[in-house]
Design a protein around this ligand. Structure first.
Ligand code: ADP
Ligand code: 5GP
Length: 184
């Protein structure tokens, strides 16, 4: 089973994915996407993302290297590389995707029963703002853009196989563990 994680930015998607990776280090591996945004904080090329120029991204589109790609924010491209799925499955692991809502819906359409799509939901937009501010690695302008987008993304919740409300962290982990147990 492949797991697709989607959520408005700041809802706790990375936290959920990290929980699964640390609980089952030999079972799952995160697909590393390609992006044209700049690395932030401690991010490393090839670990969080393959950071590339817009020209390089366009070359990869022309080369048919993506399963899906989106212009997630103004001028910033993100895409899922076909090669990542092949690499992870060849290593005998199950693929985890952390993608935006549109990308997740597209991946689910492409992968069908091979994948379970999971929407991580923030308890409220106010709490989402607080978490993004507290994380401290996103500029105030980007935070506003992400909050404006969050409202629209929440409307896509019903299109997902499962929804986890990330209010209390340990409760959210327990919900996720139950989903994995049921679907793996
Ligand atoms: P995303 O990957 O969806 O952008 P993150 O996993 O980076 O979100 O979470 C955003 C911020 O909120 C991080 O600083 C994280 O530690 C914090 N966070 C995540 N889940 C919770 C929770 N249940 N309660 C409080 N803070 C949380
Ligand atoms: P961030 O810049 O915060 O790392 O990611 C911004 C958004 O882009 C997040 O919602 C993240 O899930 C999404 N994203 C990351 N990789 C991909 C991808 O390959 N495809 C799509 N469609 N979205 C992605």
């Amino acid at each position: 089973m492949i797991y697709i994680f989607c959520a408005p930015s700041g809802s706790g998607k990375s936290t959920m994915v990290k929980h699964l990776l640390s609980k089952h280090p030999d079972l799952f591996e995160l697909s590393v996407s390609c992006t044209t945004r700049q690395p932030r904080g401690e991010e490393v090329h090839g670990r969080e993302y393959y950071f590339v120029t817009v020209d390089e991204f366009r070359r990869r589109i022309a080369n048919d290297e993506f399963v899906e790609f989106e212009q997630v924010y103004d001028g910033l491209y993100y895409g899922t590389l076909k090669q990542e799925i092949e690499r992870i499955e060849a290593a005998g692991r199950q693929v985890l995707f952390d993608v935006d809502v549109k990308g997740g819906i597209n991946l689910k359409r492409i992968l069908g029963d091979r994948a379970t799509s999971i929407f991580i939901c923030p308890p409220s937009i106010d709490e989402l703002r607080r978490r993004l501010e507290q994380r401290g690695d996103t500029s105030p302008e980007m935070i506003e853009k992400r909050l404006a987008k969050a409202d629209k993304e929440l409307a896509y919740r019903p299109q997902f196989d499962r929804i986890v409300v990330n209010d209390d962290l340990h409760h959210a982990f327990a919900q996720l563990d139950a989903i994995i147990d049921e679907t793996k």
